[in-house]
Design a protein around this ligand. Sequence first.
Ligand SMILES: [Fe+2]
Ligand SMILES: [Fe+2]
Length: 198
Amino acid sequence: MKLKDSETFKNLAIAYTSECAARTRYEFCEYGFRYNGYEAIATLIDKIAYQEFNHARVLYAKLQDAEMPQIDNVDVCAGLPFKEKWDLATNLKLLSQDELDEAKVYEKFEKVAREEGFDEIADIFKMIHDVEVRHANIFKELYSQFHSNKLYKKAKQVYWVCPSCGYVSYSKEAWDKCPLCEAKQGYCEVQLPDDMLL
Ligand SMILES: [Fe+2]
Ligand SMILES: [Fe+2]
């Protein structure tokens, strides 16, 4: 089967569209956090948004493997979510759900690609699936910390790092204002479990 005649071709276009929309949705949320002074969370969301851009880039490149002089149009019916609004905590929760929904779609796309004999593309769908599950866990963790007001308050002492000046303190709670450079608390690095580092 030729790629251009396959379901996988359409699925690549749907996945590409979803990744573009996800990236933009994440940037909306990133904007909200940065606007409200949560620079560190905003930076983490920005990293995830950039990873979605790279998913889109890889998928776009695969679409171009179809033997067509030029792809003028692909009709996509992608079923994209439009749930996020303006509440910061709710958005983190929704982003986590979006990632899991996206992961389920990738599971289906991988299966179809294998059935159609496009193993290399199936592998890409699988790898992106695994990243989306990871993203879902990171957003869930951020939601839980942010929602319960534990972002900068821990039960045990931890290292808090100011990315603006490099100041470090070992304490249960982060500073309100960095004692060295006076950066606000929202700049202080967020604590994520080791398997969630970005
Ligand atoms: Fe993605
Ligand atoms: Fe993702």
